[in-house]
Structures are given as C-alpha cells and as structure tokens.
Design a protein around this ligand. Sequence first.
Ligand code: ADP
Length: 543
Amino acid sequence: MYGGGKNNKPRSAKIISYAGLLIPSLIVIYGILIQSGVIYSSHPVDDFGFLVFSFLWLFLGGLQYLFPSQSKLDSALRLIAYHLLAGSYLVFISGIFSPITVCWLILTVASFIYFRRIGFYLNILTFTFVVWSSALLWNRIYGLSPIYYLIVLLAVTITGFVFVAVSRYQEINKAELLESKAQESLQRDRVTTIVNNLADAVLSTDTDGIIRVYNAASLNLLDTNVSLNGKHLDEILPLTDQEGKDISIFKELKTAKTVVKRDDLNYAFDSDDKMRLEITFSPIRSSYSRSKKSETHDGYIIIMRDITKAKSLEEERDEFISVISHELRTPITIAEGTISNVQVMMKHPDATKKMMTDAVGVAHEQIQFLASMVNDLSTLSRAERGVSASAEEIDIKELAHELHKKYSDEAKQKNIHLNLDLSAKIDHVFESRLYLEELLQNLITNAIKYTKKGSVTIIVKQKNDVINLAIKDSGIGISKSDQQKVFGKFYRSEDYRTRESSGTGLGLYVAQKLAHKIGTKIILKSRLNFGSTFSISLPAKKQ
Ligand code: ADP
C-alpha cells in the first residue's frame, strides 16, 4: 500500500503487507474447509464461484506483498478491491456469522492508517452495507432476528473503534517521544558545542577512570592527536607533584567527594619539558543514576588548564618583591640612622659643623641611591605594562648626537672622551623612542661609570637593512663568569672597582627588558681590564 506522505509508517506498512498475504490465504483455506464440508456454512457457493474468489484473493494478496503501493491513489484502489472482495466473501461464502468476519477489523485499521477518519467511516459504512445485504439476501431463508445482525454490526464497529483509538493513542505517544528525543538531542548538541569551544581541557571518565568524552582543547593541552577514548586517565595523564613524586590522578578522583582543585601538579612531555597544570575534578552525580544511593556516582569530570606561565610569573613576582624589600632596607636604614645622628648632634655643643655635613652627605647619598632605584623600578614597570610603547619614526643620527651632547660633560668630569662614530648614511628606525632612549642611556651611564680612563664611544653603523647601535668603552671590563649574570636583577659584580661606585644592579636588567620590548636583544662583548661593548640591532625603516 501507500508508503509515503504524512501517514508514512514503514513498520505498519510492513505489517499490512504481511497481513495482505496471510489473511487472503487464511480466507482461502477457510473457504476450502467450507467447500469440503468440514466447516458448516449456511450458504456455500458452487466450486467455480469459489475458485474465482480464491484466485482474486490470492492475486490481491500476492500483489500487496510483492509490490507495495506507491501512491495514495494506488492504496485507495487496493483498499476498494479488498473491501469488495471481503464484502462479497462475507455475503456469499462464509456468511457474516462466521469467525472469519473478525478479519474485517484488519481492513478497518488499514483504512484508518491510510485515510484517517474518512477511511474509518467509509469502512464502517461498507460493513453496514455488507450486514444489511446479508440480512436482505439470506434472512428470508433463515428467518433470523435482526438483533443478530445488529449485534455483529455493533461488535465489529465498536472493536474497530477501539483499535483505531488505541492506534491513535500510540501515535500521539510516539510523537511526544520523538519530540522529547529531539529536545534531548538539541540539549546535548548545545552542551557539546559549549564544551568543544572551551579553552580549558575537559575530560569525562566512567567510574573506572576510562575516558568516555573529551574536547578538542584536551588534545591541544596534551599535545597529541591520538584519540583518548577508551584510555585510562592515569595512562594519558602521568603527573608528578612539586617534590617529583608520581601522582595517580585516578586515586585522587576516587577520594573526591565534591569538587577538588589542585594547582601543584606537573605533566611531563619529556624529561626537561614540563607543564604546570591546574586540575579541577569532581564526581558526576546524575539524576538518572543507575543506583540511587547518594554516595554513588556515574564517573568523573576533569577540567585542566596550563598554568605554567602564570605560576612562573607569580613566583618571579614573589621573589622580586622579597629582593626589592631587602635592597631598599639597607639604604633606608643608613639614611634614617644618619639623620637621627644629625638630630642628636644638633643638640650637642661639641658636634662640629664638619661632622654634621659628613653625616648629611651620607644620608643624601643613600637617598640618591633610593631615588635611582625607584627610577629604575618605574622604568621597568612602565616597560612591563607597555606604557609609552607606541612606535614612532626615529632619526637615529639625531638621537646619537643628542645623547652625545647630554653625556659629554659627565664624561669630561671623569677625564673620559665621549666619542661618536656614525656611518655616513643611517636610515631611520620605527620603534618606541622612550624605550630606545632609556636603554641607550643606561648603557652610556654604565660605560662612563665603569671606565676610569680612556674613552666611551657611541657607534652607529648600518649594514643593508640592519642598524647596529653599540656603546663601547675602555673600562674595567667584565669577567667571563660575570657576563652571564650582569643582566640579572640586582646583580652587581664582586669586583672592587665596581663597588667603588654606587649602583642598584637593576640598570642592565631594565635595559634588557626594554630591548625585548622593542624586539631586539643586548649583546655583550667584554674582556676584563680591556673594556666592554654592549650592542643592539634594529631593522632600518626605508625612507
Ligand atoms: P649597576 O650599574 O647599578 O650596578 P647594572 O645592572 O647597570 O647595575 O649593571 C650590573 C653590573 O654589571 C654592574 O654592577 C657592573 O658590575 C657590570 N657592568 C655593567 N656595565 C658595565 C660596564 N660598561 N663595564 C664594566 N662592568 C659593567
């Protein structure tokens, strides 16, 4: 029969196609039993008539089974044929008081399935006509009370009605089920989309720690493209704590009653490539849990984040604060002590003016030192926050001349020559002027500070598109072992000549930070007692 459109029901169509074959066979067998006298019928037809009937039934049944209907018209024609045959069979062969009448109900249900209410009413109308024809044809011979006919009519109609009602109820139930399934799948798709788009790695395991669900970020975090499904959590997540002790995350999960967060675990890619992880895990308690006991759960959810950078920054900051407070304490204590001495001296008649001047001089020196340290720190903080980082076109030649002019006097006071060595043609550069200037100033003041005699030279050369800026001095030089350390914060060489001048140990640290900010690096070349050269390279901006 018809298998498409709104009433397309492949399962019911299949049932009807089998019924279409079986019921005619049953009807034919029943007819043979009547014809052979095994079953009594009040009005059997002759053998030829029965043969025609049987042939038509089997033809229709075979047709229905082998070639299911393709269109609504086809279904309608077949249903009409079935109704005609069934009606004639009931009227002329079996009689409507035979058990085979029950088979009419199959036609009732099929009519409803394919043509809804219209089909149902037409079917009942046809049956009424069949009953009425039977009564008209045969009652004169058998003289049965009309009540019997009415009972058969009512029995088939009511049963047909019940069948149809049940089938409708099932249809509604099925529609509701489909709707709720669609809602559930939409909900699942929403959650999956959210989880897949999270920057954090999310894994879900069953109660045995076997991974069942994970998002794309998990693969990124673990730097793999191999499927994690079906793998044990401990297998893909070998972790160690801060003491290097192996940690089984699955064991941790099993002891977790609620949400647990740990940020002290390391994941090792290999022996010297480690990642610090923040792991949040929790048992999953589903409202549809198979076991209703509150202490049971359906697996675990694990959320992971790479905090290597954040942790190292945090540790660096803590260390920085502790070093700074230590470095500030000494000059503050000295300045505070000498000033309170001066206060005492002022009340004392024996204290000479020279004693007081010396003490004030010491305090002043310490305060100057503090000021230079605060200055370095504020440059550092500016560079780290990216303040004044906007790039601009800088005429390097002009900048070199400016710096030369600015520091010539300072050099002269120390009997040092400040030279300027410039190539004939130097292009401009495009960088943050403030950062570049502060960087060069730090290098020049150091060069002057750590040179006792000789010269300091500001060199600017260009080779192709690269401009090289260097500050060369003929000063005390830096030993090989110190060359690694001088860019560290608060580092000052142990050399007594360094200690002759005051310094914070922050100058080169800040200068290197500034160099990084403008995309370059300070290169140091030095020989102890022969001088040092600090240089940077910058890309030229073609004019
Ligand atoms: P500070 O000069 O305040 O001590 P810096 O960070 O500028 O701190 O320098 C760190 C150390 O590097 C200095 O203490 C000094 O030992 C060494 N240094 C820096 N510049 C020079 C230089 N031009 N010649 C020799 N030593 C230098």
